[in-house]
Design a binder for this molecule. Structure first.
Ligand SMILES: N[C@@H](CCC(=O)N[C@@H](CS)C(=O)NCC(=O)O)C(=O)O
Length: 217
């Protein structure tokens, strides 16, 4: 099994799932906009020229949520609950779509586009501000839900929690207001060894760069 991609919230997700499941995998830590996604070899694998990407035998998959879902279904474990009853499956889908659609794509990535990647997508303080406020509104909805619950689904740590934590890290990094119940929830989940290992695997190149900068290397 080979997982491609490092350095972003999206690339963290499949690495974290693989660690939760105890899988053996090769990691190719290519980054976006480094030219590494545009090589002929990588383009032949993933025409979208994006990370993350998974190769597992004849399965080739892009899209962070789809890769996570595949791994969880293909290599089940009690560490990461996968619902089986239709009513639970749709609840899980509801959370995954909500987190990915409202937090990741229409808020945090919009902020990224119009601030960090403004040379490509155009700079707009107004859009960044509105997207941040929109994210905070939906963080409020999730904070209410998690106020008296340990996890999003009733039955333990599951894919929506993993997606939400990657967005909470991202929102915190962008200076958004993350309500206290979500901070407590994030702190609890951050104790998981698989989270810590995957954070290191996903961000170690960047950490090296940061340490290098601090050390003046
Ligand atoms: N919906 C995709 C988004 C993938 C994505 O946009 N990846 C970014 C890095 S976070 C990328 O590879 N960007 C390079 C580019 O757009 O050229 C997912 O969740 O996997």
């Amino acid at each position: 099994m080979k997982l491609w991609g490092a350095g972003t919230a999206r690339s963290l997700r499949p690495i974290w799932v693989a660690e939760e499941l105890g899988l053996e995998y090769e990691h190719a830590p290519i980054g976006p906009r480094t030219g590494e996604t545009k090589t002929p070899e990588y383009t032949a694998l993933n025409r979208k020229q994006k990370i993350p990407f998974l190769q597992d035998g004849d399965i080739h998959l892009s899209e962070s949520v789809a890769i996570c879902r595949y791994l969880i279904d293909q290599y089940p474990t009690d560490n990461l609950k996968a619902p089986t009853a239709p009513k639970d499956k749709v609840k899980e889908d509801e959370w995954c779509c909500y987190i990915y659609g409202e937090l990741d794509e229409t808020s945090l990535y919009v902020m990224r586009r119009h601030r960090d990647l403004s040379e490509i997508y155009g700079a707009s303080e107004e859009v960044v501000k509105a997207a941040g406020a929109y994210a905070e509104r939906h963080l409020g909805v999730m904070a209410e839900h998690l106020n008296d619950r340990e996890y999003l689904m009733g039955d333990g740590f599951s894919l929506p929690d993993l997606l939400l934590v990657t967005c909470l890290d991202w929102a915190t990094f962008y200076g958004l207001n993350v309500p206290a119940p979500l901070q407590a929830y994030k702190a609890r989940i951050a104790q998981r060894p698989a989270y810590q290992k995957s954070m290191y695997t996903n961000y170690k190149e960047l950490m090296g760069e940061i340490n290098g900068a601090v050390n003046g290397n």
